[in-house]
Design a protein around this ligand. Structure first.
Ligand code: WT7
Length: 641
């Protein structure tokens, strides 16, 4: 199989781009024709960005798992779909063929059905990076249940919030997860999250670490027992069968929670048809995937990158995808390169923060590894600095692998702006050009469109693409106000952006109150709420500051009352509180105790000043004359960490 819609020259890219803008319905209709449908759509696209309403392929009936699995079985049933690399390199690698994946996904679908899960039900998945996680995700999709995967670094409280928001009645988890030298007690965290919960009906527990777990009669069941039973139901005369539910292209596929500038995380909703086509199209074109190649995306399936480029994009293309349970620095900082060598990886896709961290360990961990299988490198999640880009290019790609710098978001479903590996020009630290169908626009603060090249502004997208979010779960108005109201008629990304003299885009970072810490998105408001829950914290303000490894670090200014004999112990208490409320990923890097915060007369915190101080700037803090009490600034400056 080769891909009829794979772009193979810069000319072809320009042609595809032109067609996608001139006639989006024809362009995407022809691509959608290449997939397996039970019934064709009524209309390719119906939209307006005021409600907003976005519908792609509405009326079309399909099941994404038939496109990710069944349609490959005749030609590549015995090819590896998943290569699983365990946390501990001494444990055996597992190779999951497409045939085996088909069987396991059918089994999960049968198991979920046996346990009462129905089309449209929400299933929370809180597991480590093991093949069973992909079976769980795809098993939901097979029966039309909506999965909501929660990253292992979130706390019980965060899980409880997400279970509640999604009104989820089913949870799939593990006893524990291995990450580096740690054992994470996942089921214990779920138990804490479910204290007092009366709506969750079943918790399915897969055994990974053999950690002792509590099992509640009537609610908690073992994955292994249920799967064994399901196996006898789906297999007849050696043939595996479980009918895939016929879903509308616009039925939800999953919810994924992400942070914004206000309130609690919101449940971004992606629908089946458009998301499938977008992840498939961008996977094939950005990475220039060739049949038989091994693709290694180092992200966690708890984030959108894992959903789109470990699971749905690669599998829908019949690719071989590497699933890695561990961390880049255990047992040592050569782990990624060892995996590339061991599994003859052709495409490596990781985050700038990982590259920067591995750079710091030096070339000793690289030099004894055979990286000659690599053809394409990629980065995602945050701006990449030129130093890291060149290190990656020289030492990993040996100057022969193109690097794709893929800009996108949880909300966009897949890549919107990126070069196509070896096909369109690359430029260090630039995402470069939009994918076909993507219409970027730069605007100033008042919404005036900024035309021409060599300019910068706030990045908007003016036309829908198939992979975009459709709503925020249970609260469509929040979707409208968050993304479509700042600049009416446009999707606002929240990112600042430059367009160079050749029309290449360079994303410079968030312009809203959202931090990007090691490629993870954290809202400052959400963090402040968590800090303020600590009994001694009267008020707090969070800003980001440049951090060599993490991209951005978390700087907290805290007004603290109460006994306070040891500042460092108090800091640790506050960190514990944040860890409990959000999760370990949100721990502040620096906590400065202050007597007051710089506020305007109307009571608004002037973050601009706090940001400058956190960046180490003490001189040019800008206009402070509108402050209620300019005196607090000196106190904060003098105590800066
Ligand atoms: C934010 C989205 C994309 C999936 C993983 C993160 C930043 C993402 C890039 C890039 C510069 C980037 C943006 C964006 N970002 N990719 N190639 N260059 N910045 O998804 O958690 O939804 O975060 O990550 O600021 O808005 P996310």
């Amino acid at each position: 199989m080769s891909y009829s819609y794979q772009i193979t020259s810069f000319e072809q890219y320009k042609e595809a781009y032109r067609k996608s803008i001139e006639n989006p319905e024809q362009f995407w209709g022809e691509i959608a024709d290449q997939f397996t449908w039970h019934q064709k759509w009524d209309k390719v696209l119906d939209w307006n960005f005021t409600e907003p309403k976005v519908e792609w392929f509405k009326g079309g009936k399909l099941n994404i798992t038939e496109n990710c699995i069944d349609r490959h079985l005749a030609t590549r049933g015995e090819d590896p779909a998943i290569i699983w690399e365990p946390n501990n390199p001494e444990e055996r690698t597992r190779i999951v063929t497409y045939n085996r994946l088909h069987k396991r996904v059918c089994q999960v679908a049968q198991m979920l059905t046996n346990l009462g899960v129905k089309k449209g039900d929400r299933v929370c998945i809180y597991m480590g990076m093991i093949p069973e996680l992909t079976y769980a995700v795809l098993g939901c999709a097979r029966i039309g249940a909506i999965h909501s995967v929660i990253f292992g670094g979130f706390s019980a409280q965060s899980i409880a919030d997400r279970v509640y928001d999604a009104q989820a009645e089913y949870i799939i988890t593990c006893d524990g997860a291995y990450r580096g030298n740690k054992d994470i007690p996942l089921k214990g965290v779920i138990d804490d999250a479910l204290i007092g919960n009366r709506t969750v009906k079943k918790v399915i527990v897969y055994t990974r670490t053999r950690t002792p777990v509590s099992m509640i009669k009537g609610r908690d069941v073992w994955w292994e027992d249920e799967m064994e039973h399901a196996e006898t139901q789906i297999e007849k005369d050696g043939v595996v069968h479980f009918p895939a539910a016929s879903m509308d292209a616009e039925d939800p596929l999953f919810i994924l929670y992400t942070s914004g500038s206000t309130g609690k995380p919101k449940g971004v909703v992606h629908t089946i048809g458009g998301y499938m086509i977008w992840t498939n199209y961008t996977f094939i074109n950005v990475f220039q995937y060739q049949p038989g190649q091994v693709h290694f995306c180092t992200a966690d399936i708890g984030w959108i990158t894992g959903h789109s480029y470990i699971v749905y994009g690669p599998l829908s293309a019949g690719a071989t995808t590497v699933l890695f349970e561990g961390v880049p620095t255990w047992p040592d900082a050569g782990r990624f390169w060892e995996i590339v060598d061991k599994h003859k990886v052709n495409i490596m896709y990781t985050a700038p923060t990982a590259i920067r961290s591995l750079m710091g360990f030096g070339l000793n961990y690289v030099k004894d590894k055979n990286l000659s299988s690599l053809k394409v490198l990629g980065t995602v999640g945050e701006p990449i600095n030129e130093e890291a880009w060149h290190w990656y290019h020289q030492n990993i790609g040996k100057e022969k692998c193109p690097i794709v710098d893929t800009w996108w978001q949880t909300e966009t479903g897949g890549t919107l702006i990126s070069n196509l590996a070896g096909v369109t020009p690359q430029k260090p630290a630039h995402a470069t050009l939009p994918m076909p169908g993507v219409q970027p626009q730069l605007v100033d603060e008042n919404g005036n469109v900024i035309e021409g090249n060599g300019v910068s502004g706030n990045l908007c997208i003016t036309h829908p693409w198939p992979g975009m979010l459709r709503t925020t779960y249970g609260d469509h108005e929040r979707c409208r106000t968050t993304y479509f109201a700042t600049y009416p008629g446009k999707y606002f990304t929240g990112d600042g952006c430059l367009r160079d003299n050749d029309g290449n885009y360079r994303i410079t970072g968030r312009v809203d109150d959202v931090l990007n810490v090691s490629g993870h998105r954290i809202g400052t408001a959400e963090l402040e709420n968590a800090l303020n829950m600590h009994s001694g914290v009267v008020e707090s303000a969070i800003v980001g500051y440049p951090h060599d490894l993490k991209g951005q670090g978390i700087y907290a200014y805290v007004i603290y009352e109460g006994h306070h004999h040891d500042e460092n112990l108090t800091r640790q208490d506050i960190i514990q509180t944040v860890s409990r409320i959000i999760g370990p990923i949100a721990k502040p890097d620096k906590i400065q105790f202050v007597k007051g915060l710089p506020k305007t007369r109307s009571g608004k915190i002037m973050r601009r000043i706090l940001r400058k101080i956190a960046e180490g700037e003490t001189e040019n803090l800008g206009d402070t004359s509108t402050l209620l009490d300019p005196g607090v600034v000196d106190e904060i400056k003098n105590g800066a960490l």
